[in-house]
Design a protein around this ligand. Structure first.
Ligand code: ATP
Length: 295
């Protein structure tokens, strides 16, 4: 039996041949080899294990408090679409007692963000969650298209990322929400660890591997429930659950250095799947030496 993952610009279809029973239920045929640990599972067991792992991450790290309102940073892409679906499902299943709002930032990138926001609007209907959209134009009086036309495409990802993080905080504050949850996954985090090491910027490792962060001076907490979730598994889950997501690359393409780190990670993952989580763990465990005081 063979399985082809859905087409995706980052995760090319991976064919897996399995002709055994599922290692968990021992009754249904194994349909996939889990990218994370190569266990052979049927579709139902994979989805349940994946959901349970996210629930365990949420509980172990005490991510949510009962009665809390949380904003899901919703871009319409695979990660945040699965995140919105997952948090709604787990909140209902385990009674976290949280209120979920979809929060989208319109950076003003014609032909990209306008299309992905159309997906978020459909998700709003599908999941029955409230949606709030804030735009760079309203918050800063500039769209990303206008910024690029003046400053050029170089470093556009950096500007966009800084403004987007700030916009998520400002949007959440306007809604009276102090917790923003994003779909950053294990692959994103491992890439960031690699980039920081390659730049010699080890001081950033602690923050880049934290599951909960907060910018200095900001009342808004941010968390990443997919910290340990592999991108391939998120795409697989979205495919099995038939989730409606947008999968086109941004017009301004990914930052060149991140693109290189991503390619490198994919090559490493092909020979050693655990390297994604291993790199995150290395980032967590690498601590800065206390500086000697000069006399
Ligand atoms: N325009 C946006 N509005 C709201 N949240 C956003 C937006 N862009 C990104 N985010 C949040 O930041 C996370 C990481 O964004 P990134 O740009 O790295 O995209 P990604 O890894 O492709 O994620 P996704 O598949 O959700 O788009 C997203 O999962 C989402 O939670």
């Amino acid at each position: 039996m063979s399985f082809a993952a859905p087409s995706d610009p980052v995760n090319r279809p991976t064919k897996v041949k399995v002709s055994q029973l599922c290692e968990l239920c021992h009754s249904r045929k194994a349909l996939i080899k889990r990218p994370k640990n190569l266990s052979k599972l049927c579709k139902q067991c994979f989805c349940l294990v994946f959901e349970t792992e996210i629930h365990n991450t949420i509980v172990t790290n005490s991510l949510f408090q009962r009665g809390e309102r949380i904003a899901v940073g919703a871009s319409g892409g695979k990660d945040s679409t699965v995140l919105a679906h997952m948090l709604k499902l787990l909140n209902d299943r385990h009674d976290y007692g949280i209120e979920i709002v979809l929060l989208s930032i319109d950076e003003g990138i014609v032909g990209y963000r306008d299309d992905s926001l159309a997906t978020v609007k459909r998700n709003q209907q599908q999941y029955g969650l409230p949606l709030e959209i804030f735009s760079f134009k309203d918050l800063y009086d500039w769209t990303m298209d206008e910024i690029v036309s003046v400053a050029g495409i170089r470093n556009s990802c950096t500007y966009c990322g800084v403004f987007r993080r700030q916009s998520l905080d400002r949007g959440a504050a306007k809604l009276g929400i102090s917790h923003v949850v994003t779909g950053h996954n294990a692959d994103d985090m491992a890439e960031t660890v690699l980039m920081n090491i390659l730049r010699g910027d080890v001081a950033r490792l602690e923050k880049s591997t934290a599951i909960i962060t907060q910018s200095s001076g900001s009342p808004i907490k941010r968390s990443k429930p997919f910290k340990y979730s592999y991108q391939k598994e998120i795409v697989l889950y979205a495919h099995y659950m038939k989730l409606d997501y947008f999968s086109t690359e941004c017009t301004y393409a990914p930052e060149a250095f991140r693109g290189t780190a991503r390619e490198y990670m994919k090559n490493l993952e092909a020979v050693r799947p655990s390297c994604i989580v291993d790199i995150i763990q290395s980032g967590e465990n690498l601590a800065l030496k206390a500086k000697k005081i000069e006399r």
